[in-house]
Ligand binder design. Structure first.
Ligand code: AP5
Ligand code: MG
Length: 211
């Protein structure tokens, strides 16, 4: 199965992707994580990406599409993958159609009023990428999953979050229609119920598909 996770910043794409990756044994490919890794390592792609991610803007389509194309050509993607945060524009979706066959798009709809608090209170594990929220961490500074150090993403501040939400509305939300027309969109509602509730709903749908 080749799956796309679609949804606004903070909708829970990463949270669901780590669980889905464990359950179905598919690699979790997050373009945001790839850019953050490049920024950390000071690569040329990282230097370019930083100027966009710091402002909550999208990295140019050509660069992003090339990275994903290379990543999907690797051996671990042969039996399926989870794309988190790609595509994010119609141009990216059209490019993806040329080098991949997508089976389903998991779209997480969520009330925008929940997102600012979710993102500004998020902490992420430096080692495994698991997301937490300060409201449930009880002061913990290490990851319950792997013991890694938790940190706050540079783009998780009110000004950059607002810009990311605007970019989502303008450039990414049109993908909902794009994939509805292809007949592969699966709609879910993100809420503040524990992530396992949404995870169960997504698995119930994916389990019905051929693998
Ligand atoms: P990216 O890293 O993809 O960020 P994003 O899309 O803004 O999405 P987030 O990772 O912030 O949200 P999420 O949906 O994964 O939420 P999470 O599960 O963590 O991209 C970053 C940047 O990279 C972009 O701005 C852009 O510059 C660049 N980029 C990336 N892809 C690109 C592309 N294709 N083209 C061009 N540029 C690109 O959850 C959020 C919080 O909510 C956490 O604290 C979590 O614990 C909490 N939470 C989750 N579920 C629940 C729940 N059920 N109840 C309560 N809290 C919950
Ligand atoms: Mg994410």
């Amino acid at each position: 199965m080749n799956i796309i996770l679609l949804g606004a910043p903070g909708a829970g794409k990463g949270t669901q992707a780590t669980r889905l990756s464990d359950r179905y044994g598919m690699p979790h490919i997050s373009t945001g994580d790839i850019f953050r890794e490049n920024i950390k390592n000071g690569t040329p792609i990282g230097l370019l990406a930083k100027s966009y991610t710091d402002k909550g803007q999208l990295v140019p389509d050509e660069v992003t599409c090339e990275i994903v194309k290379d990543r999907l050509a690797r051996e671990d993607c042969k039996k399926g993958y989870l794309l988190d945060g790609f595509p994010r524009t119609i141009v990216q979706a059209e490019a993806l159609d040329k080098f991949a066959k997508i089976d389903a798009v998991v779209n997480i709809n969520i009330d925008f009023s929940l997102l600012m608090a979710r993102l500004c209170g998020r902490r992420v594990c430096r080692e495994c990428g698991e997301s937490y929220h300060i409201s449930t961490l009880g002061g913990a500074t290490t990851c319950a999953r792997c013991g890694g150090e938790l940190y706050q993403r540079k783009d998780d501040n009110p000004e950059t979050v607002q810009s990311r939400l605007n970019v989502y509305k303008d450039q990414t939300a049109p993908l909902i229609d794009y994939y509805t027309r292809k007949g592969i969109l699966l709609n879910f509602t993100g809420t503040d119920d524990p992530p396992e509730v949404l995870f169960g709903q997504i698995c119930a749908e994916l389990d019905k598909m051929d693998r």
